[in-house]
Structure formats: structure tokens, C-alpha cells
Design a protein around this ligand. Structure first.
Ligand SMILES: [Zn+2]
Length: 281
């Protein structure tokens, strides 16, 4: 096993210069050494973990239809051959994520938190921007590269076997770099503007996140920089967009679906509370 690791490490070190890709959206060089089919395999494992023991919302529910409409309004403005595939999870958890294979996950807890569709649109644009900007591929590549180099140092100078068990850790939710998060915020803002959503929704979303930052209760925020800092970056980017930044969603279909989705979530919550109150202690 160590020979495979050593070979991979040496190959990785030697070829790193040739595997730096300039991202055309950000101008930043990224180390991308993981082939797409391996990323797809990792995504399959991650998807199984994300959906394990979770209640998946049916496609005929208003909340699914609302998020699906927002999602397709955004993805039609993304220049990619990916097939986007939405899953909505019925959970109080405030979370959303997008995997590099095009899978999108949104938790109903996030829809419950937001007050306007633009706020939800911003979070989805942010998560989709991580995919567009190859952030997951970069994170996995950097960690594998650094880890293999470290293992080679141990192997040659200290002695011992190479340990490749770290690969399983790549399947859990490791945070991205701060630079990647800022890039996703800026790209997400541009994307939501292109898709016709009012960009003030991003600032409103950060106001809500600031309160959650203090509670420390959101899964989404545990892997992201402080909302106060993100808010400053977003406000300065909005200034660059100028007077059109106050444009709100013209899409009446989304407005109607959003209202229905909020009512559906409220009814669901009330009926769950009723069951809890009437069930014997
Ligand atoms: Zn992020």
C-alpha cells in the first residue's frame, strides 16, 4: 500500500506545476489533481451520507416546487454541461449545499428562516458558485497533495508506513478556505443578479445569519466565515452593480410558490407540535 502512496505522492509533487489551472472567473490558480470520475465517486458516497435517515420532500410539495423553480431560474444562467439535481430535506437544520456532480441539497430549515425568495436565491447561488469555481475539487486536491507530501517526509526521514485512511475524511464536510468563501459570495451575487433576483437579498440573508452566528446553531455557518465580514464584502460588491441593485424578483410564479411554501412549512410545524403535545409523556 505504501508503494502506491509513494508513487502517487512523487507523481503529484513532480506534476503540481503542470496541474495548476487558472480559473477564468477569478483569475486565481488552483491545484486540480483529482479526475472528475473520482470526484463523482466521492459525491455518490457523500450523497448516501446526506440522505441517510433523512425525510426527503416529495416533488409534488409546494416547498419542493418553490426551490426547484428558484434553482432552475439560476442554473439556466450557468454555463455548464452538468445535470443539476435538487433534493429537499425536511429538517429544522439551516443548511444547503451543492456537490460537484450537480447535486443540490436544501433543508426546509433554511426556507423557514428566510422571508423573501431573494434570500434563498443568494444562498443557492453561493453554493452553486462553489461548484462553478471548482472549490471542492481544489479542496480535495490540496488536501491529498499536502497529505501525501507529509507522508513521504515521514516515510523517508522518520520511517514507518504510509497511512491513506485520511481519504474517508474527505467525504465529510470539511470547511473551504476563506478565499474560496469570498469568491463564492462574489460569484453568487453576480449569478443572482444575472438570474434576475434582487441582490439586497444577500445583505438581508447576512443579517439573519448574524443572529445565528451568536447562537452558533447553524450547520451552514459552522463552515463559513463570520456573517459580519461577509456582509461588508457583499455591500461593496453591490455598490459596483449600482442603481440596478434594488431590482426585485419580477417572477410572479416564484413569489406565489414562495408564499405557498412558507404556508406549507408553517402548517407542517404546527401539526408536528400538535402531535408532540397530544402524545403521552
Ligand atoms: Zn460557502
Amino acid at each position: 500500500m505504501w508503494r502506491i502512496g509513494a508513487a502517487l505522492g512523487i507523481t503529484g509533487a513532480a506534476s503540481a506545476n503542470y496541474l495548476l489551472h487558472k480559473n477564468e472567473n477569478t483569475g486565481r490558480y488552483q491545484l486540480l489533481i483529482i479526475p472528475e470520475f473520482i470526484l463523482d465517486m466521492l459525491c455518490k458516497v457523500a450523497k448516501a451520507q446526506l440522505e441517510k435517515n433523512q425525510a426527503i420532500i416529495e416533488h409534488d410539495k409546494k416547498v419542493y416546487q418553490c426551490i426547484s423553480e428558484i434553482s432552475s431560474t439560476i442554473t439556466q444562467h450557468i454555463d455548464s454541461k452538468k445535470t443539476w439535481n435538487l433534493t429537499v430535506i425536511d429538517s429544522k437544520v439551516v443548511n444547503a449545499c451543492a456537490l460537484s456532480d450537480g447535486s443540490i441539497y436544501v433543508y426546509t430549515g433554511l426556507v423557514d428562516l428566510v422571508e423573501e425568495p431573494e434570500e434563498l436565491a443568494f444562498i443557492m447561488c453561493h453554493e452553486l458558485s462553489h461548484v462553478i469555481l471548482n472549490h471542492t475539487a481544489e479542496k480535495v486536491s490540496v488536501r491529498i497533495f499536502v497529505y501525501l507530501l507529509w507522508q513521504l517526509v515521514i516515510f523517508y526521514f522518520i520511517g514507518g508506513d504510509l497511512d491513506l485512511s485520511f481519504i474517508k475524511d474527505l467525504l465529510v464536510n470539511l470547511p473551504l478556505s476563506r478565499a474560496a468563501e469570498t469568491e463564492a459570495d462574489i460569484q453568487g451575487l453576480k449569478l443572482m443578479y444575472k438570474a434576475g433576483f434582487g441582490v439586497q437579498g444577500a445583505v438581508e440573508m447576512m443579517k439573519k445569519f448574524k443572529e445565528l452566528d451568536m447562537e452558533g446553531s447553524s450547520a451552514l455557518l459552522a463552515t463559513h466565515p463570520l456573517s459580519k465580514d461577509r456582509s461588508e464584502v457583499l455591500k461593496s460588491e453591490i455598490k459596483k452593480i449600482g442603481e440596478n441593485s434594488s431590482k426585485v424578483v419580477e417572477n410572479l410564479k416564484i413569489r406565489k410558490l414562495f408564499k405557498d411554501a412558507k404556508s406549507e412549512i408553517k402548517e407542517n410545524k404546527e401539526s408536528k407540535e400538535e402531535i408532540l403535545q397530544t402524545s403521552p409523556a
